[in-house]
Ligand binder design. Structure first.
Ligand SMILES: CC(C)(C)[C@H](NC(=O)Nc1cc(F)cc(F)c1)C(=O)N(CC(=O)NO)CC1CCCC1
Ligand SMILES: [Zn+2]
Length: 187
């Protein structure tokens, strides 16, 4: 079972590598890895288990964060809006790829953090507000989905990880909270 001890922290070189594509259909080993990554996210959002296992409440995880340089990500975003019960996203993506994205940009009003970063890094992380992502699922079926707002932010954050990019690479140190016109601030 994955715990915080399995997550490598900033400074570890694997976080700066471009991860390798995985064979499709995913091998048994890669399917098992994806399942364990999803289980970690679910455990981390379960108050009892998170407390017991000392987990930070995670919504996304990329294989490089486990020192496994493969293009596998898991996202488990609860629907934050009770009126829209299925506005979240919960899936493991093999070889995810952003096919297109909106010109419109967005950022989280709170800025971003990272399971691999044990410090606050203030500043807006400006990303595309909407993205179209293709990926393969555990059975090797090609999927194509459109994401917006928080779901889009999480998937972009995780795809950054398989490209060796950290969220603070996007923060302008001199003007961390300056926003161009039209950037959507997601609260
Ligand atoms: C870094 C951390 C604060 C742990 C962040 N958690 C998070 O956003 N928790 C959360 C938010 C909710 F809205 C509902 C909920 F149930 C839990 C996170 O998992 N990530 C993922 C990560 O580090 N992946 O590598 C950082 C987020 C910053 C923007 C997108 C993902
Ligand atoms: Zn991260």
């Amino acid at each position: 079972m994955i715990t915080m001890d399995d997550i490598i922290r900033e400074g570890h070189p694997t976080l700066r590598e471009v991860a390798k594509e995985v064979p499709i259909p995913p091998t048994e080993e890669d399917v098992k890895l994806g399942e364990e990554m999803m289980e970690f996210l679910k455990n981390s959002q379960d108050p009892v288990k998170a407390e017991e296992l000392h987990l930070r409440g995670g919504v996304g995880l990329a294989a490089p964060q486990l020192d496994i340089s493969k293009r596998i990500i898991a996202v488990h975003v609860p629907s934050l809006d009770p009126e829209k019960p299925d506005s979240g996203i919960s899936t493991v993506m093999y070889n995810p790829k952003i096919l297109s994205h909106s010109v419109q940009q967005a950022c989280l009003g709170e800025g971003e953090g990272c399971l691999s970063v044990d410090r606050e890094v203030p500043g807006y992380v400006v990303r595309a507000a909407r993205i179209t992502v293709s990926y393969y699922d555990a059975e090797g079926n090609k999927q194509k989905i459109r994401l917006k707002n928080y779901n889009a932010i999480v998937v972009q954050h995780e795809i950054d990880h398989i490209n060796g990019v950290m969220f603070y690479d996007h923060i302008d140190e001199k003007t961390p909270f300056t926003l161009d016109d039209g950037v959507l601030v997601i609260e």
